[in-house]
Design a protein around this ligand. Structure first.
Ligand SMILES: [Zn+2]
Length: 279
């Protein structure tokens, strides 16, 4: 079972019914049931008479297994019952099934987008959910807004059987990862890959190959992943975004990101290609 968009469905439709799963947010955290098997998504009918959601907008996200799933946003002045709790979305990776996790990530981006676009940037009038498409429309000038996605690249650079890993100032602890950065307007993905590697660690690269992509709900990004080979230059970190960087053999990796990220999928690809004795 997968989470799927439904062609032609907008965030309002269908207005009735309370079947399916419900994704209720407070900030970046999701309301889940506390069960012996771990956190579980709420069913839409769990909310009947339970939440102070009257007057808040309920958003149709898409379908899981034929049933509509919904997103809600809650204020701070409500405490969940003892067998429900709020949990950060990152902590739920691997503990919720793939379909509700995908819906939860999408729903989080949509509720954050709605909150940030309550008024039209062109004329200042309030916006409202549009009909017939997943969009907001200005009530004053009819300006249309679609949810924003920020493309970003992430690249595994290899040299002589070793992988380039860097420690960014924003990372927790001693974690190292592959190079990543946001695409500038007017830039191709390949140009962005070359620029980010050059800016952050001073290297030239070639043989840039597409690897895969992953939506990243926490920043509203679409991560587009590549592999590449080092072709010139020595590591020179910028000491701004990147604090240290180096070449790592498959059997000698530092602390790396968790399994949920495409960064880790790139590192696992490197180990599968160049390593023999590490899983
Ligand atoms: Zn307007």
């Amino acid at each position: 079972m997968a989470f799927k968009f439904i062609p032609g469905i907008d965030y309002i439709y269908p207005s009735g019914g309370s079947s399916g799963q419900a994704f209720v947010y407070r900030g970046d955290r999701l309301l889940v049931k506390t069960t012996d098997q771990g956190p579980a998504p709420l069913a839409a009918d769990d909310l009947d008479g339970t939440l102070p959601i009257a007057g808040t907008q309920r958003l149709a996200l898409g379908r899981i297994g034929g049933e509509i799933c919904w997103a809600h946003r809650l204020g701070d002045d409500w405490q969940p019952p003892p067998d429900w709790h709020f949990e950060g979305l990152r902590n739920l990776f691997g503990r919720l099934a793939d379909a509700p996790m995908a819906a939860a990530g999408y729903g989080l981006q949509i509720v954050k987008w709605l909150e940030a676009h309550r008024f039209c940037g062109r004329c200042g009038a309030p916006t409202a959910l549009g009909r017939g498409a997943r969009m907001l429309q200005c009530t004053g000038c009819d300006h249309i807004l679609f949810p924003q996605v920020s493309p970003a690249v992430i690249v595994a650079v290899v040299s002589k059987g070793r992988l380039l890993l860097a420690r960014a100032g924003r990372f927790a602890g001693r974690m190292f990862s592959v190079i990543a950065g946001y695409v500038e307007p007017g830039e191709t993905l390949e140009e962005c890959v070359r620029r980010e590697v050059s800016e952050e660690v001073g290297l030239q690269i070639g043989r840039i190959r597409y690897f895969g992509s992953q939506p990243w709900p926490f920043t509203g990004s679409l991560m587009v992943a590549f592999t590449a080979m080092h072709t010139g230059g020595a590591i020179a970190v910028d000491h701004n975004e990147i604090l240290e960087a180096g070449w790592f053999a498959p059997q000698d990796l530092p602390e790396i990101p968790g399994k949920m990220s495409i960064a880790r999928q790139l590192i696992d690809w490197f180990v599968a290609q160049y390593g023999t004795n590490r899983i």
